[in-house]
Design a protein around this ligand. Sequence first.
Ligand SMILES: [Zn+2]
Length: 188
Amino acid sequence: MKVKCLRVRRAVAGKRRVFVFDASGFITGLDSLLHEGEIYTTPEVAEELRGAEVKRRCETALSLGRVKIESPEPEHLEAARKAAASTGDLFKLSKADLSILALTVMLEGRGLRPTLVSEDYAVQNVAEHLNLNYSSAVGRIRLEVKWAVYCPSCGRSFQPSLELQTCPVCGEKLKRKAWKRRRLKGET
Ligand SMILES: [Zn+2]
């Protein structure tokens, strides 16, 4: 498997580098990070790592004590869920996606400054909204997007919310479109 190098911010001298990995982080990032920093992930992501190759690498890292598996507290999951609902990304996110966002929030609460490593656009978008540090092998998003939810059948639009999946008027499955974009400064 070809492993790309991660573009990560240089750590402040003397500070521990802490990463939170989703499944894609283990696929693209593990080798380059194996000898520097601490890697955190959640039980949900560990469960996702079904591919034999990825699982083997993860287990190697685990056995070396490089990967810590932790569950975020309900309050951090709630913070992640709320942020995802407000950007309109919530229904794009799996339980594992929400868990790593919540774990990153939790680690920040401990005074760490973890880098969330994910290839997932929706995860990055919510991370941006939560002002979390994030990175991926293919680069960071350049735009933060707010999504509008609309019904493709009757054209009504709705506030993104936790519960709303189908149009209350015609029962059609709702779609989403970007209604607000904010260009992000800094590195890509
Ligand atoms: Zn409708």
